[in-house]
Design a protein around this ligand. Structure first.
Ligand code: GTP
Ligand code: MG
Length: 324
């Protein structure tokens, strides 16, 4: 099984999808095999496709995309070949088991200024590097990034600077980063839906959501809104997890939390999605400020990686190992 983006198959290639079914699917936004694979038969039944047909269509779409039972041995082989995106710091890559993994959601959480957005900028550049340099670009296809910015902290100047340091053409690098400002949580979720089309079309191999929690936090403040907030945020995280899984893409999310994790995890009114994110699948890395430009990264709960800590630096060129 290859870890590359599956080749594009049209929805009309699915058995049981005639012109009228195809129209219903397309009108409801299911324009790709991936979108159908990510749907449940019940969802398709809601748009007027008989449940039995819907079940067949979804099953076939998943088969075509190779979403099926696998043996543990197959999983082991796949893991070995899973591509990683370098962070720019060998220390941080080692902590992550080689870099940021595709097919996985990686969360960077920490206080303000701990380096979450800097890592997101760096990864958006690094994903474009060729495979042998820690990116995901192949000879015939450039790997691109989507940057969903909820706080307005994206800086193209920083991208330019990072690209220059790597000897890349900054204009080309910037052309391969699809930026969008999410204005509220509903918009943020609608954007994630749209990615179903954009990811295969543009060979997007990294989706950044910086930060994943801020709108949810602002729109559903306090204990009385906690349940609704968690429910919505869960749905969004589920959406993002599906994207990672279905498209062999890396999904990187950030989450600002206070410096004291005991407070953060202890009190639900303080826990900005904390508990929710805690149960989402993937990798969680806590970032902490250290002296000067140094930052500490700690692996929190990765199913297949040892817990540990390391130090990296935020330099003029971006994320690097510390010099001393
Ligand atoms: P919040 O979004 O506020 O929660 O913080 P964050 O974790 O996203 O922090 P961010 O990644 O924005 O890190 C900010 C830090 O990166 C700054 O305090 C600087 O130390 C460093 N930094 C940002 N831009 C530059 C730059 O152009 N050059 C250098 N050398 N450092 C930078
Ligand atoms: Mg930030």
């Amino acid at each position: 099984m290859s870890a590359e983006v599956p080749k594009r198959i049209s929805i009309t290639d699915l058995p049981g999808v005639g012109p009228s079914t195809a129209n219903k699917l397309i009108e409801a936004g299911y324009t790709t095999i991936e979108a159908i694979a990510a749907a449940t038969p019940e969802e398709l039944a809601k748009i007027g496709i008989p449940l039995m047909t819907a079940q067949k269509i979804v099953k076939k779409a998943r088969e075509l995309l190779d979403i099926r039972f696998k043996t543990a041995k197959e999983i082991k082989e796949e893991r070995k070949h899973l591509r990683k995106i370098t962070t720019g710091s060998k220390n941080l890559d080692d902590l992550l088991g080689g870099g940021v993994e595709i097919k996985t959601m990686t969360e960077f959480f920490g206080e303000f200024g701990s380096g979450k957005s800097q890592i997101c900028h760096q990864l958006s550049v690094n994903v474009q590097l060729p495979l042998e340099q820690g990116g995901l670009s192949t000879e015939d296809k450039v790997a691109k990034a989507v940057y969903i910015d909820t706080e307005g902290t994206f800086r193209w100047e920083r991208i330019e600077q990072m690209a220059n340091c790597l000897g890349l053409d900054p204009d080309k690098v910037m052309e391969n980063i699809f930026y969008i400002r999410a204005v509220n949580s509903d918009h943020q979720m609608a954007i994630a839906d749209e990615l179903m089309d954009l990811i295969p079309k543009e060979n997007i191999r990294l989706v950044v959501v910086d930060s994943v929690t801020s709108h949810f936090r602002a729109e559903y403040p306090g204990r009385e809104n906690l349940a609704v907030r968690q429910q919505k945020l869960n749905k969004h995280l589920h959406q993002l997890g599906k994207l990672a899984e279905v498209f062999n893409t890396a999904v990187v999310i950030t989450n600002q939390v206070m410096a004291r994790p005991d407070v953060f995890y202890g009190d639900p009114t303080q826990a900005v999605g904390g508990h929710v994110l805690y149960h989402a699948p993937g990798i969680r890395v806590q970032l902490k400020k250290a002296r000067g430009n140094k930052r500490i990264a700690r692996m929190v709960d990765a199913p297949h990686l040892p817990e540990g800590e390391t130090v990296f630096a935020i330099t003029e060129c971006g994320i690097r190992d510390p010099e001393d």
